[in-house]
Each structure stands twice: as C-alpha cells, then as structure tokens.
Design a protein around this ligand. Structure first.
Ligand SMILES: NC(=O)c1ccc[n+]([C@@H]2O[C@H](COP(=O)([O-])OP(=O)(O)OC[C@H]3O[C@@H](n4cnc5c(N)ncnc54)[C@H](OP(=O)(O)O)[C@@H]3O)[C@@H](O)[C@H]2O)c1
Length: 233
C-alpha cells in the first residue's frame, strides 16, 4: 500500500461518491486529510466514518477562510484535490446550463487554485477531476459540462507549466460515469469488468492517491482516463 503519511491533503468539493472514496482511501494510506464542501451534515457523516477533519464553506466566497483554517488545523498544504462538480444535461438546442457549468467546473476551481498555490511549497501536488466526456465524440455529451471539463483539461497543462518554477505538479483524472455513492469495505472489483460503463469511485481514488504520491513524481500536466477502457468501445 502507498504510504502518504508525510502529507497534508485538502479535498475540495466532496460528495458522497468520489469525495468520500478519496477521503477514505487517503486517510487509510496515512495522509492527514481535511474535506470541504457546502453541506456540513454530509461532511460530518464522512468525517465520522473516516476520521478526517472537515470544514464546511462555499468556495465561491470563503476560500481564504478555508485555507487559513487548514493552516491552523493541519499545517502546510502539500496535496490539493479539487472535485467541485455538478452536472446538467444540455445541448445547442437548449443551452440552459452554460453559466452554471462554466462557473462551477472552471471559474470556482481555478479561482480557488489561484489562492491555494500561493500557500503551497516545493514538491506539492494538485489533482483536478475531468471527465471522459471530453474524450467522447458522441452527440450524447452535455454541451456545457463537456466544454467546461475540456477547458479544465487545458488548465491542467497550462497551470502545470506555470508551476514548474514552484516545483508543484498538476494532473487530473477523467472518470467515466461513476457508480453512485461510496460504500466502505465493499469488494468494488467485483462490480465492474474492463469495458463497463460505470466506474466505482474507489478505482478513481486509487489513481488520485498514486498521483499524490512520490511514485508518480515524474508525471506532470496530464489527464488520465479512469474508465476501464469504456471509451474504446
Ligand atoms: N459522477 C460522475 O459520474 C462523474 C463522472 C465523471 C466526472 N465526474 C466529476 O467528478 C467530480 C466529483 O463528482 P461527484 O459526482 O462525486 O460529485 P458532484 O456532486 O458532481 O460534485 C462534488 C461536490 O462539489 C461540491 N460543490 C459544488 N459547488 C461548490 C462550491 N461552490 N463550494 C464548495 N463545494 C461545492 C458539492 O457539494 P455541496 O453541495 O455540499 O457543496 C458537490 O457534492 C466532479 O468534478 C464531477 O464533474 C463525475
């Protein structure tokens, strides 16, 4: 098992799906973890199940408060995972979700990253969460969601390039459709086979942990699909 015991990790945009899975996985691997999102009841449930710390806030308004709180409670920030999400289906015939998707996946994520990297030191890591909808050529993709995640893919490359001087790596994972809420202790490997549409959040959490670890220290500025090869069908 990876040993992340030298790290302080902030997970932003934590859900009962991916966020919970990552919190559980990283704390099992020894990282000191703090989780954040707006809904404090959800955070409390995850914190009591995993032993991680939590701080409820809206990242559009309270990111400096969060970073101050993290510094006081956990110390220097070395690992940052931003999973801020939300999904709406729309299309060029009915472009209802454009503002909300760009705001959430691009603006809130990058504004928060802008503030966080000012506090991160040499050797720190950032992981963002994209989607295999950026790789799909089908017309089924949501227009606003997929272009927002496409922008995030480019942001991974450009921010990784800008942060070379600070020795901070920036990477992303791109899951396919995730399998709902995380359930601690289940045998998630039995729930999928190569080519399946749905991805257990545990599989995505494993790749995120690797990207945060020294085992991946020569991987920088990339977006890794985590879909068991479903995109190849
Ligand atoms: N689910 C999938 O099938 C899938 C597939 C591919 C990629 N992804 C991506 O994977 C990531 C996680 O997805 P998910 O389905 O687990 O969760 P999600 O519900 O899409 O988003 C994660 C969390 O972000 C939080 N959030 C949104 N705006 C926020 C804000 N202003 N301040 C603080 N927190 C905010 C929400 O929690 P609060 O409401 O508590 O604030 C939400 O639960 C997302 O980036 C998503 O786009 C998901």
């Amino acid at each position: 098992m990876l040993d992340l015991s030298d790290s302080n990790t902030l997970l932003a945009g934590v859900s009962m799906g991916l966020g919970y899975a990552v919190a559980s996985d990283l704390s099992r691997k020894g990282s000191k973890v703090m989780i954040t999102a707006r809904n404090s009841e959800k955070l409390q449930r995850i914190a009591s199940a995993t032993g991680v710390k939590y701080y409820a806030c809206d990242l559009t308004r309270e990111s400096e408060l969060l970073l101050d709180h993290f510094q006081r409670e956990a110390g220097d920030l070395n690992n940052l995972v931003i999973m801020i999400g939300g999904f709406f289906h729309d299309s060029i015939q009915d472009l209802t979700a454009l503002d909300i998707m760009v705001d959430s996946h691009v603006k809130t994520t990058l504004r928060f990253l802008e503030k966080a990297v000012k506090r991160m030191k040499d050797g720190s890591n950032v992981v963002l969460v994209s989607s295999t909808q950026t790789l799909s050529t089908t017309g089924k993709a949501s227009l606003s969601y997929s272009i927002s995640k496409y922008a995030l893919n480019k942001a991974v490359e450009v921010t990784a390039s800008h942060l070379l001087s600070q020795q901070i790596r920036v990477n992303a994972v791109a899951p396919s459709v995730m399998m709902g809420d995380f359930e601690s202790g289940r045998d998630y490997r039995k729930l999928r086979k190569l080519g399946s549409l749905e991805t257990p959040p545990e599989d995505v959490a494993n790749v995120i942990a690797w990207l945060l670890s020294p085992d991946s220290e020569w991987v920088n500025g990339v977006v890794i699909p985590v879909d068991g090869g479903h995109r190849l069908k």
